[in-house]
Design a protein around this ligand. Structure first.
Ligand SMILES: [Zn+2]
Length: 94
C-alpha cells in the first residue's frame, strides 16, 4: 500500500503512485494529478472496506495477463486483495 502524503490518496503500488505525480523537480512544479486528471489517464478507484485505492486499469490488465488466475474451476474463493499490490506481483518475477 502506498499513500500519498500530499493528496492523501492510496495507491495499489509505487508505479501507480509515481504515475499520479506530474511536473518537474527543476523548475519545481511537482504536484499530484487531480482526481479528474487521473480518471483521464486511465486510473480507476477500487473500494475495499472503508478504504479507496487507485490503480491503473491498463497496468492491472497487463498483470492479470501475466499472472492468469483460475476462474470458475475452484470452489475456493479467490481473494481479490491479492491483486491489490501491484508491486508484490512484480517481485514474483525476480
Ligand atoms: Zn498525491
Amino acid at each position: 500500500m502506498t499513500k500519498c502524503g500530499a493528496c492523501g490518496k492510496e495507491f495499489s503500488g509505487v508505479t501507480a503512485f509515481d504515475a499520479h505525480r506530474t511536473g518537474t523537480f527543476k523548475p519545481p512544479t511537482r504536484r499530484c494529478l487531480s482526481t479528474h486528471e487521473m480518471l483521464e489517464r486511465d486510473f480507476a478507484e477500487e473500494t475495499k472496506g472503508s478504504r479507496v485505492k487507485w490503480y491503473q486499469v491498463e497496468r492491472r490488465e497487463a498483470l492479470l495477463r501475466a499472472y492468469p488466475r483460475k476462474t470458475g474451476t475452484s470452489d475456493a474463493e479467490e481473494d481479490p486483495a491479492s491483486l491489490w499490490d501491484d508491486d508484490a506481483e512484480e517481485s514474483r518475477q525476480a
